[in-house]
Write a protein of this length. Structure first.
Length: 174
């Protein structure tokens, strides 16, 4: 899930794979166009092939991820609770959901929600999340996650929409 990807890709290493233009993921059956002027970084093998991250600054990152629904979330509320708890641990205090709207990702029903710490307001986490059923399996969770300082949020939030508009589903592997 993106929660792991966000923390594992923060500085480019010599072995990171540079991703430009369109990223295609055949394992999780999706593709997305990386916005012009930006470069994604993907962990090399033997790391799992889930997605990539775009480092916007030392403190701002947007990540794209496809993962099996190993936690077996049954609803958006389940996923939001886990994201909120994770963000709470990262910022070291209470977190509030400041926005939640239904949306669509590649034709799938999705939700976009924005979280901020209750005090201090140092950063914002904006998440777009969708579930995809996979017959006979736990399904797939797709996520686009922006973590950025509050001071940069208005500058960075358009990236979620740009990535969302270019998201394409592919046939699931057999």
């Amino acid at each position: 899930m993106t929660l792991v990807l966000c923390s594992s890709i923060h500085a480019q290493t010599r072995t990171d794979i540079v991703v430009k233009n369109r990223y295609s993921n055949y394992d999780y059956a999706y593709s997305v166009r990386i916005p012009k002027g930006l470069t994604g970084l993907q962990s090399p093998s033997p790391s799992p092939n889930h997605g990539f991250a775009i480092e916007l600054s030392d403190q701002a990152i947007v990540s794209v991820d496809g993962s099996y629904n190993a936690a077996e979330w049954r609803s958006f509320d389940d996923a939001i609770k886990v994201h909120k708890d994770s963000f709470k641990r990262e910022v070291g205090g209470a977190v509030k959901i400041v926005a939640r709207i239904p949306t669509v990702l590649g034709g799938l029903k999705a939700v976009r929600f924005t979280m901020k710490p209750r005090t201090g307001d140092p950063e914002v986490r904006d998440v777009l999340l969708a579930f995809r059923e996979a017959p006979g399996e736990v399904g797939i969770v797709y996520e686009i996650v922006l973590t950025t300082p509050t001071s940069r949020y208005n500058k960075d939030k358009h990236l979620i929409v740009e990535l969302q508009k270019t998201w394409r589903l592919k046939s699931l592997p057999k």
